[in-house]
Design a protein around this ligand. Sequence first.
Ligand code: 2HG
Ligand code: ZN
Length: 466
Amino acid sequence: MDYKALNATDIKYFENFLNEHQIITDKTSLNKYGRDYTEDLFFEPSAVLIPENVNEISQIMKYCNEHLIPVTPRGSGTGLSGGCLPVKKGIVLSLERFNKILSIDTENYQAIVEPGVINEDLQNKVQAFKMFYPPDPASKGSCTLGGNVAHSSGGPRCVKYGTTRDYVLNLEVVLPNGEIIQTGANVLKNSTGYNLTQLMVGSEGTLGIVTKITLKLLPYPSFNTLLMAAFDSALDACRCVPAILNAGIIPSALEFMDKRGVELSTNSHQIGFDTNQGNAYLLIEVDAFDADYLMPQCEKIYEVLEQHNVKNILIAEDAATKEKFWKIRRSIGEVVKKLSIYKEEDTVVTRGNLPEIYDYINFLSKEYGFDCICYGHAGDGNLHVNILKQNMSDEKWEQELPKAIRLLFEKCKALGGTISGEHGIGLVQKPYLDVVFQPIHFHLMKGIKSIFDPNNILNPDKIFNN
Ligand code: 2HG
Ligand code: ZN
C-alpha cells in the first residue's frame, strides 16, 4: 500500500475543525505518542490529532481514508505488543479526551463510558453504588477501557469473573470510512446476526475506532481474604492451581510469582516482605457477599496447599496487608522492565499444563542462555515470561532468541494453548502467528480486515502484514 505522507494541506484541513491544542506536530510532543510499554520500540508519527467528539473522529477518518493517510488509534499507551505504535507514520489519533463516564445504570447494572476512561476510575465509581466491574489489568491505574476493549484485556480477577470481552454489550464505532455505527444493543443476551460487538473486541484498533462502550456490571462482593502461599518448588505451586479449582473453589484471583519477581518487586518498592520464604508464590484471593463464606473457602484451599508441600501461608485480612501483597504482584511487570531491555511473552495453556510450560521455559532458558522472570494469572493458565536482554549480544538477541520464542509458542500450542492470553499480537508477536494459524485463518482474517478497511489505513500492519 502506498500511503500518502502527511503535508501542510492536510494539517490545514484538520485546522478547519480542530483547535491548536488538538493538533500536535512538534517533535518533542510527538515523542511520547511514538512509544508504548513494549520493549524499547519507537515510531514517530507525523502528527497527533486529539478529537473531542465522535463527529470530529468521523471527519478525520473520512479524510484520511480518501487521502490514504494511515491512522493509529491510541488510549494511554500501556500496551505490551506494540498495538498503538504508528509503524507506517501518519497520524496517531489519541482518545485521551474521550474520558467521560456517560452513565451508570443501577437498575440494569450497566455503565456507558468513553474509551479514554481509566479502568480503575470506573471500578471506583461503580463501587460507590455497590457495583463491580471486574476486569483489572495490572495497569488498571493507567490503562484505558478503550485499550482494554482493543485487547480484551485480562487481569487477576478474570479467573472467576472473565475478561473484558465478557462485559462488553455494545459499542459505538467509527469505521475507517468515517461511518458511525452501533455494533449491538444494550442487552445481556443477543443472538441477532453475526456478533459485530465481539468481533471488535480484541481487534486491536484495526477494524474501527471505539467511541462509546456499554459495559455489564455485577453486584460488588464486599468481603475478601488474600493468601500468600510460599513454595520451595515452583512446580508444586503450579500443580496447586487445577487442584484448587477441583476442590470446588473458584478464587477471585490465583496468581503465580517466581522468587526473582517477588524479590525485585519488594526491593524496588521497599516492601517489608521476607522473600526467603520460598522459590515460588501463589497469591490467592477469595471473595463473598457474606463474610461467613470466606473461611470455609480458605480451609479448602489450605488443604490443597498442604497436599502440595506448601512451606508457608500468610493470610492478609486487613487492608494494609492486602495492599502490600497486591503491590508486590502488580508491580512486577514495571519493575522487571526497568531492569533491562526485555521481551515479554504472554503464554497461555490449559491450567493443568502449567507445570509443563513452566518446566519448558526453564529448559529454554538454560538451552539458549537467557534470563527470564515468570509471573501471571495461573488460574487462567496465563504465564507472563519476561526475557531479559541484560548483557546478551545484539546478534543473539535478534537472531537466536526468536528461535527460542518460537519453540516456546510451539510448546504452548502442543499443550492446548496459544501465544497470547491478554496482551495481544500487535506488532511484536506477528512473526509467531503462524505457529497457531494456518493460511485459511489468515485468509479469513484478512478478508474481514478488507471489508472493514478496504484502503488499509487503520492501524496497518498490526496482527498480520496487510
Ligand atoms: C500483569 O499481569 C500484566 O502483570 C503484565 O499483564 C504487565 O508485564 C507487565 O508489564
Ligand atoms: Zn497479566
